[in-house]
Design a protein around this ligand. Structure first.
Ligand code: B4P
Length: 244
């Protein structure tokens, strides 16, 4: 193990099918390792929300469940990676890369450094679909509580209004459905995963960068498995803070 903690060596990628918990685990793992959590999905949705020119271009892709083209997602990401916290101290990157082409672009950007590890969250289509149909996101703090699937009545009401009749457990804000959490759009997102991200997982595995964990248990259990699986790689690069 390296003698001192070196957060700059903590460059973790989080991959998995839509709904596998990349956002949920990305935040938790980043908190534990003391580095920023960066989500390309969040960056793109923020551009749409802000009404920027980039947001206008990507909005249709998000609505349809298609991957945003590499140039536009690259623009949003490179801007964020250039900010002081990420460029100095490493990061947990959730949702990028989603294809081999994006991985090669990221390698070029990081060179001569490299990713420390890629964490794959393994979850069946069936379970991921249930989670996405049950997902509500707080409009104020962005928290997405892990909760059981809504009852048929709750689900029907939320599909009509987009709003879930309950409030955020963290800040009391309004819970809304994401517009891409619709059965047909979820199918399209799974197809994109099979087409572009599955080959990337093989590519990372061949380079001994991939660690895979079962994402079907409760969030705390998945976080513990993820940290256990990452620890040997992080230790090798001096990227494990004391106590983790
Ligand atoms: P993302 O924002 O990356 O989101 P996601 O794949 O839909 O969900 P995630 O896996 O993060 O699941 P979450 O933690 O919320 O992508 C959205 C879109 O952005 C893409 O379709 C694409 O258009 C675009 N995009 C993003 N990156 C791109 C890129 N690099 N290139 C091109 N386009 C890009 O978990 C889901 C639900 O499960 C939540 O409700 C959560 O609370 C719950 N949950 C999580 N863990 C749980 C657990 N252990 N038990 C029970 N419930 C759990």
């Amino acid at each position: 193990m390296a003698d001192a903690w070196n957060p700059a060596a903590t460059r973790i990628l989080v991959l998995g099918r839509p709904g596998s918990g990349k956002g949920t685990q990305g935040v938790r793992v980043a908190e534990q390792l003391g580095v920023p959590h960066i989500s390309t999905g969040d960056l793109l949705r923020a551009e749409v929300e802000a009404g920027s020119s980039l947001g206008a271009v990507v909005a249709e892709h998000l609505e349809a469940g298609e991957l945003v083209d590499d140039d536009h997602v690259g623009q949003a990401l490179l801007r964020r990676l250039g900010e002081a916290d990420a460029s100095v101290g490493g990061f947990v990157l959730d949702g990028y890369p989603r294809s081999i082409a994006q991985a090669i672009a990221l390698e070029r950007f990081l060179a001569p450094d490299h990713f420390t590890a890629a964490l794959e969250l393994v979850l069946s289509e069936r379970e991921a679909t249930h989670r996405l149909l049950a997902r509500f996101v707080c409009t104020d703090c962005g928290h997405s509580p892990a909760r059981p699937r809504p009852t048929a009545t709750e689900g029907a009401a939320a599909r009509t209004t987009g709003v879930f009749d309950d409030s955020c457990g963290r800040c009391g804000g309004t819970l809304r459905r994401r517009s891409d959490d619709d059965v047909q759009v979820i199918r399209a997102r799974f197809d994109e995963f099979e087409r572009w991200t599955k080959p990337l997982l093989d590519w990372l595995d061949r380079r001994s960068l991939l660690v895979s964990v079962d994402a079907s248990s409760a969030p705390d259990v998945v976080t513990a498995s993820a940290l256990d699986a990452l620890r040997p790689r992080l230790d090798r690069f001096g990227a494990t803070p004391l106590g983790v």
